[in-house]
Design a protein around this ligand. Structure first.
Ligand code: TYD
Ligand code: MG
Length: 454
């Protein structure tokens, strides 16, 4: 077609573009990740006649009653903000082996049982393999259709005849479009296939799930190209050493973000966990210094988690600061606050902080838990077993109020906690009395006093 097509080299890991091939990406340092891709001159899309209507006043736009498909898997529906929205494109990302294919198949099965026609397109497994997995999961749906293949054009041809109500594509990295010369899984292919499926979802009002593998640095399909394209991004978290999995909404055009669903991997698939707080506290050690329980908000739900700290003299000239499940910088900051405001000598101590159970928390209210756990370990004095803490700590050593103190306290009350330490301002703003003794703190000095001077 006229001009010769230009090519460039794109890093599969980070999306960095270069005009020549390199063994190592100069941007992210990954070896052997540069692949050649055709950069097409902006292709004239065949314009669909009804794509853009005339402008409309916001006031006159009518709302169709919101219809969501409920899967019946409570934790899954919750993560999506109450069910699947028709015509939405939902990306499910996660490490290989974490359970993406499993949950997708379970979701499709639940919907197929509601007399919806579900279609599962797999580019990774054969129909027999899928059948085997389905048997393991106790699925034998009549309305669940399976297709195997990797060409998106072929798929779009077939899908017209089947007219499904819901579609899942597993995985986006295995699919390709004939329009591009580059290999499946390359940046251009992933982007192009996803936008085809987006057009398909919007045009037909059929919800489409995409499964995407996360690469080492946590980005789907290497670059984050898909995240802004799709309506909803769900990430599967949890390490394989633990049986539970967290599904987290990091983007949602149809609901709140940071909503999480908690599942347990059993030998018959993923089960929703009804009481996650209990699960996270199950293996909490008794009367050991360095363990504090916080009540943190994950989306709209309070969750109790145990923060563990280990503080001890370092044999190294440069003491270690290790954080798992919480932000590393946050630890450095809080250590500095303790040193400056309380005069604690932590400069020559190794400090390890861990969120028990492999959960990741990044809420400011975690601060008080980290601080309490570090103090407890440093002073070698355990905290009360029925104590829960939450609050943000500022650089001046002040403790700042956090949102939803009632919800946090209620959750703690339900699980048998009898004492709570919370920010003074949150305590003053409390509407209803709680069933436990509450101490409001305004500074790290106050925390120290109420933990160890009482
Ligand atoms: P899978 O859904 O294939 O992961 P992904 O699609 O994200 O790569 O899940 C694979 C893991 O789940 C595998 O290690 C086995 C385990 N598993 C169970 O423990 N129980 C089950 O019922 C199933 C189907 C899988
Ligand atoms: Mg899979």
């Amino acid at each position: 077609m006229g001009k010769k097509e230009k090519t460039s080299f794109v890093c599969r890991n980070c999306g960095h573009e270069a005009i020549k091939w390199m063994g190592r990406c100069p941007e992210c340092g990954q070896w052997n990740s540069m692949v050649e891709e055709v950069c097409r001159p902006a292709r004239r899309q065949i314009r669909r006649s009804s794509a853009m209507g005339p402008a409309e006043s916001l006031e006159t736009i009518s709302l169709a009653p919101e219809m969501r498909l409920k899967t019946g898997l409570s934790e899954f529906d919750r993560t999506l903000g109450g069910g699947v929205v028709p015509g939405s494109l939902i990306l499910i990302g996660g490490d290989p082996g974490i359970g993406k294919s499993t949950i997708i198949l379970q979701v499709l099965d639940r919907l197929a049982r509601q007399e919806l026609r579900a279609l599962y397109l797999s580019g990774e497994e054969s129909a027999q393999q899928i059948k085997l997995r389905a048997e393991r999961l106790g699925i034998c749906g009549q309305d669940l259709y399976v297709m195997t293949g990797t060409c998106i054009e072929e798929f779009l041809e077939h899908v017209g005849g089947l007219r499904p109500d819901i579609v899942a594509v597993d995985s986006i990295q295995t699919m390709y479009t004939e329009d591009m010369a580059s290999a499946p899984g390359s940046v251009g292919q992933v982007r192009e296939v996803a936008s085809r499926l987006m057009a398909y979802a919007k045009g037909s009002q059929i919800p489409v799930f995409l499964v995407g593998h996360v690469t080492k640095d946590g980005a789907i399909a290497g670059p984050k190209v898909l995240e802004h394209l799709v309506d909803t991004v769900l990430y599967f978290e949890g390490d394989r050493g633990h049986l539970f999995r967290i599904l987290r909404a990091v983007k949602n055009r149809y609901g709140s973000t940071n909503e999480i669903g908690v599942f347990e991997m059993t030998d018959t698939g993923l089960d929703a966990v009804g009481n996650p707080s209990r699960l996270f506290l199950e293996e909490r050690p008794e009367d050991v210094p360095g363990s504090a329980v916080i009540s943190c908000m994950e989306g709209t739900r309070p969750l109790l988690v145990e923060i563990q700290a280990l503080v001890g003299p370092s044999p190294l000239g440069m003491p270690r600061r290790t954080a798992i499940g919480v932000d590393h910088n946050r630890i450095s900051l809080l250590v500095a606050v303790l040193e400056k405001r309380l005069g604690m000598e932590l400069g020559d101590q190794d400090i390890f902080v861990n969120v028990a159970g492999g959960l990741k928390v990044d809420e400011p209210a975690t601060d008080l838990g980290i601080v309490s756990a570090m103090m407890s370990s440093f002073l070698n004095r355990p905290l009360a077993r029925d104590l829960v803490v939450f609050g943000e700590v500022g650089l001046a050593g002040e403790v700042r109020g956090v949102s939803h103190p009632e919800l946090r306290l209620n959750e703690a009350g339900k699980l048998g906690f009898r004492h709570a330490i919370l920010p003074k301002t949150s305590l003053e703003g409390l509407k209803s009395g709680a069933s436990m003794t509450l101490s409001g703190v305004g500074s790290v000095q106050d925390i120290y006093d109420s933990l160890f001077q009482g």
